[in-house]
Write a protein that binds this ligand. Structure first.
Ligand code: AMP
Ligand code: MG
Length: 341
């Protein structure tokens, strides 16, 4: 099929384009849209046939549920059957923004969105173009990341074109994503508070609003992956074709390790490491700035395939703040292969 490219850089940039996107969505089509986390592949969340087209275009396993995106808190009761006090507090603190809450779902949410679970994941994005698209279509939008399943998530419109051109109805060509990793996912069902996936809203931020939040074991480990509470986390993810190995070490030890390696290798490193490395390098942010690492991670992972090396050694980020989300994605890209020096 032919995929339309519709340029919308800001809400007042292209009103006709916005209307066109809304009409495609209302007719059951699929559209790549910008959000602050990563680009999403959106369709009408109430229409099971439209949602099925998302799974088909991405090659996404049917047991990996989708996130529903809304632009108005008043639409939450249409999606979620129970809204606990903790959800209200988190929405007040972090919506619109990169936080997804798993809640009991209403009858209106088709089973295909939730992979047959009785829960639904919902979030309100802060990206103004995403919100305009939701508002203009008048629909809640189911939207997973707009990449081919298993590939690094898309943080630029070009990444979406590279993966999905010819497979979906349209791509909104907009700005690069400001956060760069997917949303934080927290489950609030059955009175529990459990972090299923770290993201742009940190564990520390969540606890500052609702007290103790348990971290699901799957966040930092490959164990329990068969029965994790967040089904999406069990898949090998975010992977370039090139083998990635994480190195946990300080800057000097990391650079020495890469320089001494006899393999045909490259380094995925912080800007501070670059001048100390004698092999090819791909930089992903600055060592002390986890936001910059999140913003650049997926583009860096995509670039590794252009280096023609056998292995890429990735300098581990810190596991605090947004660094926890960066490390969680990198672990999956590296198929959990970590060397601690
Ligand atoms: P993606 O949109 O590609 O970033 O993936 C959505 C993430 O949200 C996956 O990790 C899913 O497993 C998770 N998710 C979506 N719906 C649910 C749900 N009902 N229960 C638990 N996790 C969910
Ligand atoms: Mg995804």
């Amino acid at each position: 099929m032919e995929t339309k490219h519709i340029c919308i850089m800001s809400t007042d940039d292209n009103p006709m384009g916005l209307k066109e996107v809304a009409e495609i969505l209302q007719k059951g089509g699929t559209v790549g849209i910008p959000t602050e986390t990563v680009y999403g592949l959106a369709a009408n969340a109430y229409d099971p046939d439209a949602v099925a087209r998302i799974f088909a275009a991405k090659g996404r396993p049917q047991d990996n549920p989708l996130i529903v995106h809304i632009a108005d808190i008043n639409d939450l009761p249409k999606i979620a059957a129970e809204i606990p006090e903790t959800a209200k507090k988190l929405a007040a603190a972090f919506w619109p923004g990169p936080l997804t809450m798993v809640l009991k779902r209403t009858e209106r949410i088709p089973a295909i969105i939730s992979a047959g679970l009785d829960t639904v994941a919902v979030r309100m994005p802060s990206n103004e173009v995403a919100r305009a698209i939701i508002n203009c279509s008048g629909l809640p939008l189911a939207a997973p990341s707009a990449n081919l399943s298993g590939r690094p998530s898309p943080t630029t419109a070009k990444h979406v074109v590279d993966d999905l051109d010819g497979k979906i109805d349209a791509i909104v060509m907009s700005k690069d994503c400001s956060v760069g990793v997917e949303s934080t996912v927290i489950s609030l069902v059955d009175g529990k508070k459990r972090l299923l996936r770290p993201g742009g809203i940190t564990h520390e931020q969540l606890e500052s609003v609702i007290g103790k939040v348990e971290i699901d074991p799957s966040v930092l480990s490959s164990e329990l992956v068969a029965e994790v509470s967040s089904p999406g986390m069990k898949y090998k993810h975010y992977s370039p074709k090139t083998k990635i190995v994480i190195i946990e070490a300080d800057s000097q030890m990391f650079c020495d390790y890469v320089n001494r390696s006899v393999e045909n290798c490259a380094a995925m490193c912080f800007s501070e490491d670059k001048s100390k490395i004698s092999k090819p390098t791909i930089v992903y942010g600055n060592e002390a700035d986890d936001m910059s690492q999140a913003r650049e991670l997926f583009d860096a992972l995509r670039l590794t395939d252009s280096l023609n090396v056998d292995v890429v050694y990735a300098h581990s980020p810190k596991k605090t703040g947004v660094g926890l989300a960066v490390y969680n994605r990198m672990l999956r890209a590296a198929a959990f292969e970590v060397i601690c020096l």
